[in-house]
Design a binder for this molecule. Sequence first.
Ligand code: NAD
Length: 479
Amino acid sequence: MTVLRKNLIDGEWLGEAGSRNINPSNTNDVVGEYASAGPEEAKQAIAAAKAAFPGWSRSGPLARHAVLKKTSDEIMARKDEIGRSLAREEGKTLAEGVGETIRAAQIFDFFAGETLRLSGEMVPSVRPGVGVEMTREGVGVVGIITPWNFPIAIPAWKIAPALAYGNTIVFKPAELVPESAWTIVDILHRAGLPKGVLNLVMGKGSVVGQAMLDSPDVNAISFTGSVGTGKRVAAASVEHMRKFQLEMGGKNPLVVLDDADLAVAVDCAVNGAYFSTGQRCTASSRLIVTEGIHDRFIDAMKERLDKLVIGDALDAKTQIGPVVDQTQLKQDEDYIAIGRQEGAELAFGGERLERETPGFYLRPALFTGATNAMRISREEIFGPVANVIRVKDYDEALTVANDTPFGLTSGICTTSLKHATHFKRNSEAGMVMVNLPTAGVDFHVPFGGRKGSSYGPREQGRYAMEFYTTVKTAYTFAG
Ligand code: NAD
């Protein structure tokens, strides 16, 4: 029997079946049916969140700690089941699905702890006898809009700090992954959140997302997704003078220098470019390789790529799952055609694969002979496609790495302390990795980028407080 998941508005599960969720590893498999909210439901959810804000923002650390800790514990206890369900609806492998679920549990645990560590500052005023207090307060109703590629981790890293700092929430997940979103909301709801504090409105971005952007009662929006939608969020937020935070695309470079450990470099490149089917904003889609190691690197990459197991996400042996859906698959194939037309050589993969079940399987593609001016080097493809750009030396590698409209992550593989240090200092990215894949970050430290990749304060770790709180400065003259 197909499950029917409803929206959560003001503490009630509401709505009729409006959309179906299909398993990208097997398009005959329907994961579930989901309510699809319209503008009216979005308005109700925003009104409920607004009404719940005074109570939740004054609830105190213990009430918030209890909900977040309980949520973390349940997610961790159910990690295999939730991770499997995530892999089923999104197409990432079981290991990746369970790993992401564990990460969500860790994030809730981290912010449960943060509720007990809230502090302010007190300083003497320049006027004798007057005291000045600086405290942080919740912002109000926070709209949370998320993409499909991290169906549980991204909602977790927005919802957990929003709740920890006393905000109420209207959460709109991506249409392709409603099951993970519903699961996390269900757990939080049962963990004891008062009604209206967290509202779930599944539905179309152009309808329910847009209704959130257009509402004067949404005080802040945290968005992760494409650059195009991010710009709409920004424009609408300026119109309403609300706080907003954007995490968007990437075209992340991984530099491989002549002195790199070849095995480390290949591990970093294969993981960074192709794991999660390349559908990560932190994916290393530009492999910038110096002349002395170039040919050996390409031979080793082809050898490794040839051994990768591509198949059903739910098969434990699978290392690369399917592409998320038909639209994304077409985009990947279009870019592979564009790369060839531009004169890059398709050195490996790029073809559709048949498996036992009908799904969106694509062999990871590696281009060589690419230049940094080609569209495949400038535009985010968001699939298992990477290009090798050959460069003379470290200086040219750094110039090429920074020559991009994006700036989320970057990486370098080298055994030179001098080059590693110089790269960390001069890379124009928000996150820099040395001898590590560009994707894969810790949950307790800031996450975010520069240039076209991000806008606004960092997410995650203690830095999340910057977005989810507003500072109050209070003066007291006690007589
Ligand atoms: P998307 O922009 O299509 O959708 C993101 C969300 O915005 C979805 O929930 C969608 O329904 C909603 N939306 C769409 N139109 C809207 C509108 N008019 N008003 C309000 N909301 C609207 O992105 P996607 O395809 O789901 O995700 C892929 C993108 O996300 C890639 O570009 C990727 O790089 C980016 N991403 C970035 C990060 C990061 O942290 N920088 C992390 C993950 C993904």
